[in-house]
Write a protein that binds this ligand. Structure first.
Ligand SMILES: [Fe+2]
Ligand SMILES: [Fe+2]
Length: 393
């Protein structure tokens, strides 16, 4: 006998095996090392026979009666390691067998291996994830209850039509912004749940934007406008980008980064307060999406500064694929001029066209500033901003 003195004791009183004795035995044996003794005290009917049978089945040894009456000794068996404890720290690499285990949980071995392709911290992690997620949770709004739809005034037909066309353009972009994170979400190892959670909130935000913008177009009966082929072409090059960080750079830094001045403009120049409110809410959400993009790109370029060049190459490649697109679609451009100018008289068009030209300058300035904050040189930022898709996203 390796140890004559029991390491621990468990009192079972008159509890029978079929009433749950194994639960208490397993708990008592859990902290013991193989070879150590457990003193078991119990006096239910046929207790010893059941105890011996249980020990045989579970791989422990029965050592006979202990010193006191009604006490028996059992020795913990050599059982193979059945549980892994990866800990609660964020690991550099997440193992396939961790599967869906929450970070910090013990993992019973023998489960399946999962094939999450994005399972390195360096591939997916970012800065400020916790803050971005908390803000996303607390800033949720609902198109059905937070927008006073019945307060949309009756606008001149041309202006209402322009609003509907702008909503159409925004909605197709919302779909792209929904599909990009959704495509990657299922590929990210659950160990990095902060990233998945932020992306999941982003998907929810975009679904809400698409709902609200479509509703704005339909609310006054005019309905959606036209989707431009050039816009679709541009968005296709975005949603088909296979690399996660590159997709985040194109969508959240370049695209949504360009949408921030756009939404601000659409709020300030809105022909009615309801549309302005929609733009304000969407702008707040997009600010978080851009913050995620900036935090992720800052993290990955901090590990590997050379990635800046691959992101820049992706922007240039996309620009070549869109060489046939000469500028913003006339559907969208003209609608924005009328939307911001307030009508179709020559004076209103002059005003609107000047506003839209100013918007383009502001978008370019904001892109360059953001890129320089991410460590791109002034020349690189200028070139990248100029390459950025004419479709804004
Ligand atoms: Fe959005
Ligand atoms: Fe977004």
């Amino acid at each position: 006998m390796p140890h004559a003195i029991p390491k621990a004791a468990v009192e079972l009183e008159d509890l029978a095996f079929h009433e749950g004795v194994p639960v208490l035995l397993r708990r008592a044996l859990e902290p013991l090392k193989p070879g150590e003794l457990l003193e078991v005290r119990g006096d239910s009917t046929d207790f010893v026979n059941y105890l011996q049978a249980w020990c045989r089945k579970e791989g422990h040894s029965y050592h006979g009666a202990g010193k006191a009456p009604g006490c028996y000794l059992i020795e913990k068996g050599e059982i193979e390691r059945t549980v892994a404890r990866p800990g609660s720290e964020v690991a550099e690499v997440a193992e396939p067998y961790w599967g869906l285990a929450p970070r910090g949980a013990a993992i019973e071995l023998g489960g399946p291996e999962y094939s999450f392709p994005l399972r390195k911290k360096g591939d997916v992690w970012g800065q400020e994830l916790h803050t971005i997620y908390s803000k996303a949770v607390s800033n949720q709004w609902a198109a059905a209850k937070d927008i006073p739809w019945n307060e949309i005034p009756k606008l001149p037909v041309e202006v209402e039509r322009a609003v509907c066309q702008v909503m159409t353009f925004l909605t197709e972009n919302e779909f792209a912004a929904l599909y990009v994170p959704a495509r990657f979400l299922a590929r990210i190892h659950p160990h990095y749940r902060e990233v998945s959670s932020v992306l999941a909130m982003q998907v929810v935000d975009e679904a809400r934007h698409a709902e609200a913008f479509t509703r704005r177009a339909e609310e006054r009966g005019m309905g959606l406008g036209t989707t431009a082929a050039s816009g679709q072409l541009s968005l296709q090059t975005l949603i088909e980008e296979p690399d996660f960080s590159t997709a985040v750079f194109l969508l959240c830094v370049m695209g949504e980064g360009t949408f921030l001045p756009l939404l601000k403009f659409l709020e300030e120049r809105a022909p009615d307060p309801v549309t302005a409110l929609l733009m304000r809410y969407a702008h707040r959400d997009e600010g978080r999406h851009v913050a995620f993009g900036v935090g992720h790109i800052r993290y990955v370029t901090g590990l590997e500064p050379a990635r800046r060049a691959t992101f820049a190459a992706a922007v240039a490649r996309r620009s070549q694929m869109l060489a046939s697109v000469s500028g913003l679609s006339p559907f969208v451009h003209d609608a924005m001029v009328i939307y911001s100018g307030g009508g179709v008289s020559p004076a209103q068009i002059r005003r609107g066209a000047a506003f839209v030209a100013g918007l383009h300058r502001e978008m370019d300035r904001a892109r360059r500033e953001r890129l320089q904050n991410l460590g791109f040189s002034g020349d690189e930022a200028e070139a990248l901003s100029a390459y950025h898709t004419k479709n804004f996203m």
